[in-house]
Design a protein around this ligand. Structure first.
Ligand code: PHE
Ligand code: CA
Ligand code: ZN
Ligand code: ZN
Ligand code: ZN
Length: 277
């Protein structure tokens, strides 16, 4: 897999931040910043040769949007999906939550295109709406598939918060094979990981695991507080939250750890290459 440029990931984040600032300061469901952000991501993917679809749903009297992007080719009977939520809370621009996962996914998708990847599996990326209202978009998507279409999805990888300012390196411990692809990658980079305990059901992978689809993913921590042991292994700050701006106005461009954003974006690419080949 290619080494993902963290500068490019930060470039997408800067765009998402500008879009939020120009639209009332957020990308929340039902607010103009959300749809404008979908348009930004979709434009990049269309230009790169993805087949994109915007799936609409209704939540709380407002239209929500999921952006689905298929990379042409590969076996349609064996689909690998990777996704994350593009919406933010209303309090702020949601740069770590979840601009980070959204931008990492976009840059990896663009790398698939520029590398002319010809995977044996079919690759599908997704940016979900209304996660912050209870994983509404991803649930709507999984519900919209018939049994045959659901059965073709061999795995779903979720990226929600991958650049926390006081980062932990947490790997979802749901499907063992998917977990191992990530833990092996980080081990090769001499980065210690921990299982992402208590994240089951807390983001968009929940709809997939509920449907019996194997799930995996990465997380650098939210409101949880880093322990002494974790601070020692990750060179972080004990007694401080992984993301002290979680769901707050201060989740802006300063609320990121570049090294973690880079390592997690590279791990995302590695998993997509490895699992789709
Ligand atoms: N889904 C939570 C949010 O968006 C954060 C989270 C991500 C929690 C991943 C656990 C695992 O606010
Ligand atoms: Ca990199
Ligand atoms: Zn959130
Ligand atoms: Zn989130
Ligand atoms: Zn629905």
């Amino acid at each position: 897999a290619p080494d993902i440029s963290v500068e490019n990931v930060q470039g997408h984040l800067k765009e998402l931040d500008s879009i939020a600032q120009a639209n009332g300061g957020n990308r929340a469901h039902g607010e103009p910043g959300y749809k404008a952000s979908v348009d930004y991501v979709k434009g990049k993917l269309d230009e790169a040769g993805f087949e994109t679809q915007v799936q609409e749903f209704d939540e709380g009297g407002a239209t929500g949007y999921n952006l689905i992007a298929d990379w042409p080719g590969g076996s349609g009977d064996d689909v690998l999906m990777a996704g994350g939520h593009l919406d933010s809370v209303t309090e702020g621009a949601g740069i770590n939550d979840n601009g980070s996962g959204s931008a990492g996914l976009l840059e990896v998708a663009l790398a698939v295109a520029s590398g002319d990847l010809e995977p044996s599996k079919h690759l599908r990326f997704a940016w979900w709406g209304a996660e912050e209202l209870g994983m509404v978009g991803s649930t709507h998507y999984v519900d919209s598939l018939d049994e045959a279409e659901r059965g073709k999805i061999g795995g779903y990888l979720n990226f929600d918060m991958i650049g926390s300012p006081n980062p932990g390196y947490f790997v979802y411990q749901e499907d063992q094979a998917l977990e191992k692809v990530f833990t092996d990658y980080f081990a090769g980079k001499n980065i210690e990981t921990e299982p992402a305990e208590g994240t089951e059901g807390r983001s968009d992978h929940a709809a997939f695991s509920d449907a019996g689809i194997p799930v995996g993913g990465l997380f650098t921590g939210a409101e949880g507080v880093m322990t002494e042991d974790q601070a020692a292994k990750w060179n972080g700050t004990a007694g401080e939250a992984f993301d002290k701006c979680y769901h707050s106005q201060c989740d802006g461009m300063d609320n990121l750890n570049t090294e973690a954003l880079d390592a997690n974006s590279d791990a995302l690419a590695h998993a997509v290459w490895e699992l789709s080949s």
